[in-house]
Design a protein around this ligand. Structure first.
Ligand code: HEC
Ligand code: HEC
Ligand code: HEC
Ligand code: HEC
Ligand code: HEC
Length: 423
């Protein structure tokens, strides 16, 4: 039995429980999110709601948290070191990272379910493909059976901080890696007793993130293109990389004071920020006009991507944003909608709706009407209405995502709602 099978078998029962529990959480938190958004005003919480796609905090490593190691000897000079060890000194950064989807890139139940299906479908080929980004240590240590705890940490500290170069034109092997004693990032005058340090300009660039946040299949299908979308948009030319929005600076200790008293007092948040607050900051909608002529009502709605550095939605192709326009006069008279999404097909032209199928078998993109960064999109609708009485027009934008967990559940988050009266 392979290490992977052992791991899967051992965790199967607890996986079922965890997934069942998680499905309930998804339903509940999307309800809560929709409720908060539906009724803005003083009673709405000012804080940010974490997106429902957050997995429960199940530690992947046997130990509950960073141990007080503080010891340079704990650093593996020739391979990868666990985030637990890094976290014993870099406490604030560890706390932030462990909340991120990078820390759950292998144990996130949404990935888990897709990975299982992909393994069933394509076996070893899928394993190598998926783990390349979801458990990237495998690129260097070839631990495809996930025997080592550190491999199961997913997108972990030591992977990112030992990358020396990326070549985005090499889709299969974009990273140049040097695991070991030298840790690289953006501090110019760092000095550490635990490991060597090196300043790395690469870590300030979008290319660094793009090596995973872009997936072009060997057949040329552009499956996941967050980096390319950013590159083609205004933020690239303004010099605003992914980190500007997803790794902002906050007060915090680069290392705990007992390790080095005068180390930096600001850190880059590693939790990636992505939450409903960030989602809602991406788009606006406006009812520009609603013109009644006899029994016809022409409505113009403008949707604008004001806050996202790439298309909305981005990433895995199963996500959609839906614009719904409703006309009411006491009761609901009519509803129309537009969907913003990317649709992929396999080589026979069959539409691929599930993430794992799209990732494994996509051959071409047939539609892509997602909203580009800073794009304003004008949408026109015509309704048949009674020729008298005041009408109310309501435009709502929501984010829809139906990942497979155990049974398929839908996440629906209302982003924007605007109303206008037509006498
Ligand atoms: C024994 C404590 C300790 C441990 C363990 C430790 N570090 Fe550090 N690290 C430091 C100190 C001290 C600094 C320097 C901070 C400064 O000068 O402000 C540092 C600096 C860094 C830097 C900044 C480099 C630069 O030039 O920008 C990175 C990146 C880093 N560590 C990553 C890691 C990673 C990854 C691990 C785990 C493999 C780790 N560290 C483990 C103490 C530690
Ligand atoms: C080694 C590959 C890798 C690198 C490098 C990487 N990411 Fe990720 N990232 C992932 C994976 C895999 C996920 C999804 C994990 C999951 O949900 O299963 C992810 C998730 C995310 C998410 C959360 C998406 C969500 O749905 O909430 C954001 C935001 C993000 N990454 C931003 C970045 C930024 C910014 C950088 C560069 C500083 C970066 N990533 C570098 C692999 C990577
Ligand atoms: C997805 C890749 C990625 C992962 C995973 C990651 N980091 Fe970072 N880290 C970065 C990037 C990129 C920066 C620089 C951000 C910038 O300049 O905007 C950074 C900055 C740092 C710094 C310099 C101080 C600062 O906050 O700017 C330290 C130290 C550090 N990370 C340690 C860690 C530790 C410890 C972990 C694990 C608990 C970790 N990192 C996980 C990419 C990563
Ligand atoms: C100008 C700010 C900004 C920049 C720059 C930016 N993003 Fe985002 N990002 C957002 C906002 C806002 C959202 C939420 C709306 C959305 O999903 O597009 C988001 C969402 C995401 C998501 C989650 C998608 C989802 O629907 O769950 C990922 C992954 C991501 N960004 C990665 C990146 C990467 C990689 C880069 C750089 C190539 C980048 N972002 C650049 C603002 C930004
Ligand atoms: C080129 C890197 C790359 C490869 C290869 C890759 N992924 Fe991902 N995957 C990502 C990134 C980056 C994200 C986060 C994107 C986002 O959230 O927008 C992600 C997100 C996902 C998600 C959504 C997770 C969530 O919480 O919403 C699923 C499911 C997924 N991947 C499954 C797979 C499977 C299964 C495979 C193998 C067939 C695979 N991925 C191969 C980089 C990759």
């Amino acid at each position: 039995m392979s290490g992977l099978e052992v791991w899967l078998r051992r965790s199967r029962t607890c996986r079922l429980v965890r997934l069942a529990g998680f499905a309930a959480v998804v339903a509940l938190s999307s309800l809560v999110a929709a409720k908060n958004l539906a009724r803005p005003g003083p009673s709405a919480p000012g804080g940010e709601t974490k997106l429902p796609a957050r997995p429960p905090a199940t530690p992947v490593s046997p130990k509950p948290g960073p141990q007080p190691v503080h010891s340079p000897q704990a650093i593996n000079a020739h391979g990868y070191t666990s985030a637990m060890v890094c976290g014993s000194c870099h406490i604030d950064i560890y706390d932030s990272w462990k909340k991120s989807l990078h820390a759950f890139s292998l144990s996130d139940p949404v990935f888990d379910a897709a990975f299982m299906l992909a393994l069933r479908d394509a076996g070893d080929e899928a394993r190598r493909l998926c783990l390349r980004c979801h458990a990237p240590l495998t690129i260097a240590n070839s631990d495809f059976d996930l025997r080592e705890g550190v491999t199961r940490e997913g997108v972990s500290c030591d992977f990112c901080h030992t990358v020396v170069a990326v070549h985005l034109d090499n889709y299969e092997k974009p990273f140049v890696l040097e695991p070991g004693l030298v840790k690289r990032s953006v501090l110019r005058n760092a000095a550490s007793p635990a490991h060597q340090v090196a300043y790395s300009q690469l870590h300030e660039t979008a290319e660094f993130c793009g090596a995973c946040h872009n997936y072009v299949a060997p057949n040329g299908a552009r499956i996941m293109t967050t980096y390319d979308e950013w590159r083609a948009g205004p933020y690239a030319s303004e010099g605003r990389p992914c980190q500007d929005c997803h790794m902002v600076r906050r007060v915090g200790h680069v290392v705990s004071a007992d390790v080095k008293e005068d180390s930096g007092k600001q850190i880059h948040l590693h939790d990636l920020i992505h939450d409903t607050g960030q989602l809602r900051s991406a788009l606006t909608a406006q009812v520009l006009s609603a013109t009644r002529t006899g029994d016809s009502l022409a409505v113009e709605v403008e949707v604008e991507n004001i806050g996202s550095g790439h298309m909305v939605p981005t990433g895995v192709p199963s996500r959609e944003v839906v614009l719904t326009v409703e006309v009411e006069s006491g009761r609901r008279l009519a509803t129309q909608e537009r969907r913003y999404h990317k649709v992929l097909v396999d080589k026979d032209g069959v539409v691929l709706r599930r993430d794992f199928e799209a990732l494994l078998r996509a051959a071409a993109v047939v539609t892509d009407n997602r909203i580009a960064p800073r794009e304003k999109r004008l949408e026109r609708f015509v309704f048949v209405v009674p020729d008298h009485g005041t009408l109310k027009v309501r435009a709502t934008l929501s984010y829809e995502y139906a990942p497979i967990i155990l049974d398929q559940r839908e996440i629906n988050i209302e982003l924007v709602k605007v109303e206008r009266y037509v006498p």
